[in-house]
Design a protein around this ligand. Sequence first.
Ligand code: PLP
Length: 439
Amino acid sequence: MKLYSTNNKDLQVDFQTAVFQSMPQDKGLYMPDHIPVLDEDFIKHIDQYSLQEIAFKVGSALIGDSIPAADLKAIIDEAINFEAPVVQVTENTYVLELFHGPSLAFKDFGARFMSRVMAYYLRPEEKMLDVLVATSGDTGAAVALGFLGVPNTRVTILFPAGKVSNIQELQLCTNGQNIHVLEVDGTFDDCQHLVKQAFADQELNAELRLTSANSINISRLIPQSFYYFNAYAQMLREGIKDVVFAVPSGNFGNLAAGLLAYKMGLPVRKFIAATNINDTVPRFLETGLYEARPSVQTHANAMDVGAPSNWVRIMDLFNGDREALMDLMEGYRFTDAETIQAIHELRDKYNYIACPHTAIAWLAADAYQKQNPEKDFASVFLSTAHPCKFPEAIPAEIAAEIKIPALVEELKHRTKQSSALAVNYAAFKQYLLNYNTQT
Ligand SMILES: *Cc1c(COP(=O)(O)O)cnc(C)c1O
């Protein structure tokens, strides 16, 4: 597999380089040089395959000989060791539940695959890999659990103290082993800024082998395409061939992965970009003007993004052809009040409890259905997280009904391990440099 930078197609690197670099030096994003189209026969009979089999087929078509088949299969079987079921909600609306992994959010797909690909390329005699992550909650948990116990890696997570939910905090702080956690006395932006300073610090980079685990890493994008194919397989088993996907979006990695699947031959009638009031993309789809804005805080906080980092990938997939993109995609945005109302409606009418992000995807699917009353297709809205991760944003009487998975209940008995950090780069740098004197 060869990849180019979206800023310069002549700059080509191999998969391993793209994985460890995350972002090309020219600040573009890595994209596959060639997008393989899967054979029609496979797609037609995809309902005969399991998620892991589909993942291997899609993954090996993309990654090619950058990882030998048997090794890739082992990576996939270990990384994607949970299911992604499609559950019917109304007559022609289904939910794709992506929260059955260890961190209870869809980011497990990307983080688990990425950590195992990195571990695969690391050689025992090589310098320890230091992964730095700033998180508002979900990314950090998925990355921590993805890298937990992976040899020759160490993860340092920064999160804003007091600004993540109890369950997210448990998932971040109860791991131990190779996972280090810093509770920053500041905002998520402060955390992100500290991490960016570390990457730019030459002295620090001479001491430690730093890598980022953020959502622009190509090895996080690839595994997210797997579940679109697998969702389609499940719809085929229901006898449904014409499918619309509604994707709750922030940085648009999830939707970019869906479009990648589409380019690889997955039949999709429409992609719906569902956002909260951080609606840069819906506005673009309506007006043709792309105008990033500072983010605004909402109940669906994992989608509070004003300048989606994966958008350039989406434009690249369509060679900048806005018309073609607008034919395939529609955008809808919803307010916090609408989100809460949707959580109520889903619970009261359909006995389904959704997290705020999922509720926004449901609203978008529902709005599209109302505008397209013909019943010859079904909508699949993506559920990106288990509702127990966002109890503060869910009406109390509904939050009280959420069944907390045993996986999380168990964390409550563990000791919390984290260190406090002021918003102070010198202190952060010293914390990292101390790793080398400890071991
Ligand atoms: C990260 C996240 C999103 C947004 O996904 P993108 O790929 O950034 O668009 C949506 N919902 C939840 C629960 C998330 O954690």
